[in-house]
Design a protein around this ligand. Structure first.
Ligand code: PMV
Length: 337
């Protein structure tokens, strides 16, 4: 039981998965079929302030300065119920959340959102959870949020146990581990908004995509090789693995019934441009990856950054290219959005 309810503010950044989480063995507990690996990004973040207020008769959510209604508010209220239950609280809450990047850019992520909400709500409720516990809680809001609690390179271990006790995320390497690594995000103009939530889309893939089992079987070895490449800061080994993984994820999505096609023609031009850069150079200059959306993250290293950026910026349908790097994990901040 928490002794005192109050207010707290917490900040967390989105993460980009190098090995994707796609499919749950237990949807209620948020337990994935496979382990995943991501990089938490710097510079862009969500800041969320939660204040429990006994005078409120319902949770109130403000997103980027606007009162939210419908599904976003309900998801937040459901998440707060878990925190209230844990803390023995009944008060409803005022939640103010803000992204320091244009939400319309499509970089807005449920990962940073639920990690920030978990951090702010538990602290406001007087609970003191360590990062591992916070990560487990954030996972219940959105799977990928469990990785945004940690900075740098993060491994989310699927575990095997039915109760999920061995399903945990942890930092593999801090953000400072590989300063030369750059993520150039090609923002696709007119990117469509998601029609189906990832949590249901991935379960459709589990149930219907013919390549799903084969993909699962490939992941442990890919993950091991990636961890080694990251440990050695070896882009020549890492980049082909990132592309291979992204292609495998996309093939599973495309094989889903009904098919899941997240890319636009412009996204595909980005993938083609990266393949061409690598083919022409005869080495791994860059790697592409994308999540369940049209924007494409292109990894490269400092020495190739300018030329890769130029090649992406001139592609038809690419609106802007943002330069991001590894960033810190979630943390409490003094004042709120
Ligand atoms: O965390 P969710 O439910 O939004 O699902 C995330 C799924 C991917 O972004 C496509 C993959 C990942 O591991 O982040």
């Amino acid at each position: 039981m928490a002794s005192r309810a109050g207010a707290a503010t917490y900040r967390a950044s989105p993460n980009i998965a190098l090995v994707k989480y796609w499919g749950m063995r237990d949807a209620a507990l948020g337990l994935p079929f496979n382990s995943s690996l991501s990089l938490t990004l710097g510079r862009i973040h969500t800041t969320t302030r939660v204040r429990f207020d006994p005078g409120l008769d319902a949770d109130r959510l403000e997103l980027n300065g606007r009162l939210a209604v419908g599904r976003p508010r309900e998801e937040v209220a459901r998440f707060l119920d878990r925190v209230r239950e844990r803390a023995g609280l009944i008060a409803q809450a005022r939640v103010r959340s803000r992204n320091n990047f244009p939400t319309a850019s499509g970089l807005a992520s449920s990962a940073s959102g639920f990690a920030a909400l978990a951090g702010a709500a538990t602290a406001a409720a007087g609970l003191s959870l360590d990062d591992s516990e916070l990560s487990r809680l954030a996972r219940l809001g959105s799977g990928s949020a469990c990785r945004s609690v940690f900075g740098g390179f993060v491994l989310w271990e699927a575990g095997r146990r039915a109760d999920g006790q061995d399903c945990v995320a942890r930092q593999l390497f801090p953000a400072s581990h590989w300063p030369e690594l750059v993520d150039l995000v090609a923002l696709i103009r007119d990117a469509p908004t998601k029609a189906v939530r990832s949590a249901s889309a991935m379960q459709q893939s589990v149930a219907t995509s013919p390549g799903y089992a084969e993909r699962l079987a490939q992941i442990p070895s890919r993950l091991r090789r990636m961890q080694r490449a990251i440990g050695e800061r070896d882009a020549d080994s890492l980049f082909p693995l990132v592309i291979e993984e992204c292609d495998s994820f996309r093939a599973v999505c495309e094989g889903t019934v009904p098919t899941l096609d997240y890319l636009t023609a412009a996204s595909r031009r980005v993938l083609a441009a990266v393949r061409e850069l690598n083919a022409r150079a005869g080495r791994a200059v860059a790697a592409y990856t994308h999540d369940a959306g049209a924007h494409v993250h292109v990894f490269t290293t400092e020495g190739d950054r300018a030329s890769v950026r130029r090649a992406l910026a001139r592609l038809d349908g690419v609106g802007a290219v943002r330069t991001l790097r590894a960033g810190p994990g979630g943390r409490r901040v003094a004042s709120g959005p």
